[in-house]
Design a protein around this ligand. Structure first.
Ligand SMILES: Cc1cc2nc3c(=O)[nH]c(=O)nc-3n(C[C@H](O)[C@H](O)[C@H](O)COP(=O)(O)OP(=O)(O)OC[C@H]3O[C@@H](n4cnc5c(N)ncnc54)[C@H](O)[C@@H]3O)c2cc1C
Length: 367
């Protein structure tokens, strides 16, 4: 290891790995990347299970973006296939497209609505709320109570442990309502999955002579022994400040993997179960990669109150608590906070990458 590093980067997810790569190859900086887990890749990490099927360890991760620079960046490290994410949801025993679209409504209600008729129908059932204040308001103000109950209410409760009327609007406003038959989950212009998987992509991103990676190490354990000038921190912000303003609340998740002796288990990669079972969804990752295999592995996702921090709680009191940490972070001139844990915000992968690209761009300008 060199005597001194220009940067200590904490966390080998997209925010940390892309920052490390840009610092190393664009600015010729010496970087030490420290990762607490036993592998690089953060939550996007994937691996071949005992049956030889590529699965996502921390829940299904589908790549999609509207940022041209992010799309060009990821494809400079490996080929992407043309996978477009489609999700189904199981309501009243029927497997229906989600986000709600024309097909969903017609199949659930036994109707033959046209697009115009569907718009007119939702106009008659939607609830006029004076001001959209929470995640329930977002939904009922567009599709009314019946669709809210069937598709959103219980799913949200399972996912977050509270009902939508206690959550900020952003949780349900992420999911569009469509009047046509478009059944893509995301409408971003660029969509696809890395052909060799995310882990291989990370290996290529971090394969640079200026980058040293150590895994299985909490960054606090190397602070005394390593010399460096600046930090890019992508771990939990409250941990960085030794929880001085209390522990930030997170929602966690556990994953149950099952291998089945059949080529495919379900028609699309993800099927949601809003009203039945304790799990929220079943994911079958062979759909992402088009992998040929006589067996298939599925994953059931169970939301949990305790465990690894996955989702910042989208609630007003949590946001206020985070703001106190953000003020502490602003005072530090040699530490940059990036990514979903350090900024206590839900980011998609492309947003974490975009942040890292922009952050290193800003660092470059300051030199
Ligand atoms: C279940 C689930 C499904 C998701 N699905 C999608 C999807 O389909 N599409 C999409 O675009 N996004 C998805 N996301 C979001 C995606 O995971 C994030 O955008 C991405 O992980 C953000 O990257 P990051 O680098 O900020 O964080 P992370 O990937 O979490 O990386 C942070 C890293 O920091 C490490 N770390 C933490 N503390 C320390 C410490 N003290 N010392 C050293 N290392 C530390 C962690 O171990 C971790 O590896 C999903 C998230 C979850 C939880």
């Amino acid at each position: 290891m060199p005597e001194r590093y220009d940067f200590l980067v904490v966390g080998a997810g997209f925010a940390g790995s892309v920052s490390a790569e840009r610092l190393a190859s664009k600015l010729n900086k010496k970087v030490l990347l420290v990762e607490k887990r036993g592998h690089i890749g953060g939550n996007a990490y994937d691996f071949y299970d005992d049956a030889g099927i590529l699965v996502h360890k921390y829940g299904a991760h589908c790549f999609h973006t509207n940022y041209d620079d992010v799309w060009d960046y990821v494809r400079s490290f490996g080929e992407f296939n043309n996978y477009v994410h489609r999700v189904r949801t199981c309501v009243d025993g029927k497997i229906l497209p989600i986000p709600i679209n024309l097909t969903t409504v017609n199949a659930l209600m036994g109707k033959q609505f046209s697009e115009a008729e569907l718009r007119a129908y939702f106009e008659t059932v939607r609830i006029r709320v004076p001001e959209v204040k929470n995640s329930r308001d977002v939904v009922v103000s567009v599709v009314g109570e019946y669709f809210y109950e069937k598709f959103f209410k219980n799913y949200t409760f399972k996912q977050w442990g509270v009902y939508p009327d206690e959550l900020s609007p952003e949780v349900t406003s992420r999911i569009p309502i469509r009047y046509d038959t478009d059944d893509r989950y995301f409408s971003d212009k660029h969509q696809g999955m890395p052909k060799e998987g995310f882990f291989k992509l990370f290996e290529k991103i971090l394969n640079h002579k200026n980058i040293t990676v150590i895994t299985n190490t909490d960054y606090k354990d190397v602070l005394e022994s390593v010399k460096f000038d600046k930090i890019i921190y992508t771990g939990p912000v409250d941990y960085f400040f030794d929880h001085m303003h209390g522990k930030l609340p997170y929602r966690s998740q556990s994953f149950e993997f099952e291998t089945h002796d059949t080529e495919y288990f379900q028609e699309v990669a993800v099927v949601n179960y809003p009203n039945d079972f304790r799990y929220t969804k079943i994911t079958e990752s062979k759909h992402f990669t088009y992998q040929k295999h006589h067996q298939t592995t599925i994953v059931k996702e169970y939301p949990e109150a305790e465990g690894e921090p996955y989702y910042p709680m989208p609630m007003e009191n949590a946001r206020k608590q985070y703001e106190r940490y953000a003020k502490e972070a602003e005072k530090l001139k040699t530490v940059y906070f990036a990514g979903r844990l350090a900024q206590y915000r839900y980011y998609n992968m492309d947003q974490a990458i975009k942040q890292a690209l922009d952050l290193v761009g800003t660092i470059a300008k300051g030199e």
